[in-house]
Design a protein around this ligand. Structure first.
Ligand code: GLU
Length: 375
């Protein structure tokens, strides 16, 4: 089994904190002692010249308990309003806790479009870079007050992975109420085996993720594995560790049980990171084994290798590329809209000329527009 990395190896770290860890729902406040211990750990990393960013959940959870809203799922307007009340308190608490160490906090609220649209992505990226230049700690959350059900990340696991890749972090720490990945959900199966290192997110690993767990946190293991894909494709390692202890980062440093997802060492271009992390692919292309092999050799995807086209996408949209076994091979920006892609799948360039009446762009996805999971 490969060696697990050490926390001190990393230069730029994103720490994601889940709502259930941060918010005492009954008391309607933040768990101050726990937060103080985490901020102590962050201050240690900061003093050791590491760049630290925090993706903090808890706006809705905190707001709803401050407002004494009923338990259970909230209507959209209520969760948007709860986030408005909760976020302002959350930001103040982080700023105060970091301020005790003389560290400045900077609040960054993002919406899905801020990472999915390339121009806005570059803009958000430069703001975060400037905060880090100033040695401030960005405190990041989704802007839940304006997010609607259709246009939102919904879970901060994937948001944190998107941020890690956007900010060129080399480590994403997901602090959670579970200490890592088990072969089967530990609340349903007695004593499942623990997975300490994931070198590659295979379909078997994906199958180990159960359904979302608690009422407070939207993400279950499933969104954590999705986050793992985005982070590792973007060049960051990811670790899932328990946040149920005081000083959770120190605990990771001293070898507490955790699951590490390793990124392949090869650097990826910023554009490919952005494609790989795309949260809303509009369709799927299933390709044959010959095409999978060609992609791994660095070739573009040709229509001839495509066996199935699903989804409603337009030229330039992000799509998922799968092998015949269903395993995700990568993501890319497709050169045809869904209808034309379906008409020319399996065809040679000469046939395409006959069918479309023009030679088209011959490639289905150009190699520069393609990010592969397994390179
Ligand atoms: N953005 C949400 C909040 O701050 C949390 C989403 C999540 O739990 O992953 O309340």
């Amino acid at each position: 089994m490969p060696k697990t990395p050490a926390l001190d190896d990393f230069r730029r770290i994103v720490v994601k904190v889940g709502s259930a860890l941060l918010v005492d729902a009954k008391a309607g406040c933040v768990k101050e002692a726990w937060l103080a211990s985490l901020v102590g750990d962050i201050a240690e990393l900061h003093a050791a010249n590491r760049d630290v960013m925090v993706v903090s959940s808890g706006a809705i959870a905190l707001g709803r308990s401050m407002l004494r809203l009923p338990r259970g799922a909230l209507p959209l307007e209520d969760s948007q309003g709860a986030a408005a009340v909760g976020q302002i308190a959350l930001a103040r608490i982080w700023a105060e806790a970091l301020g005790r160490y003389g560290i400045k906090a900077g609040q960054v609220l993002v919406t899905l479009g801020d990472t999915e649209e390339r121009r806005r992505y570059l803009n958000a990226r430069s703001t975060i870079a400037r905060l880090l230049d100033w040695r401030a700690v960005p405190i990041i959350n989704e802007n839940d007050t304006v997010a609607t059900n259709e246009i939102r990340y919904g879970d901060n696991d994937r948001l944190a992975a998107r941020v890690a890749s956007m900010a060129s972090a080399d480590l994403l720490v997901l602090l959670s109420d579970i200490d890592g990945l088990y072969e089967a959900p530990p609340d349903r199966v007695p004593d499942p085996a623990f997975i300490a290192v994931v070198e590659r997110i295979t379909p078997q690993i994906e199958a180990m993720a159960g359904a979302p767990a608690s009422e407070l946190s939207r993400g279950g293991m499933r969104t954590k594995i999705e986050a793992g894909k985005i982070a590792t494709a973007g060049g960051a390692h990811m670790v899932i560790a328990s946040g149920r202890v005081l000083h959770p980062l120190r605990a990771i440093r001293s070898g507490a049980r955790a699951t590490w997802f390793l990124t392949p060492a090869n650097p990826v271009t910023s554009r490919k990171k952005w494609i790989a992390g795309s949260l809303e692919p509009k369709g799927t292309l299933t390709i044959d084994a010959g095409a999978v092999a060609a992609l791994k050799r660095g070739k573009s995807l040709l229509p001839a290798g495509v066996v199935r086209v699903e989804g409603a996408f337009a030229r330039g949209d992000a799509v998922i590329v799968r092998g015949l076994d269903g395993a995700e091979v990568g993501r890319g920006l497709v050169a045809y809209d869904a209808e034309d892609a379906d008409r020319i799948r399996g065809m040679s360039s000469a046939d395409i000329l006959l069918i479309l009446g023009n030679p088209g762009r011959t490639v289905m996805i150009h190699r520069d527009d393609l990010a592969l999971w397994l390179e």
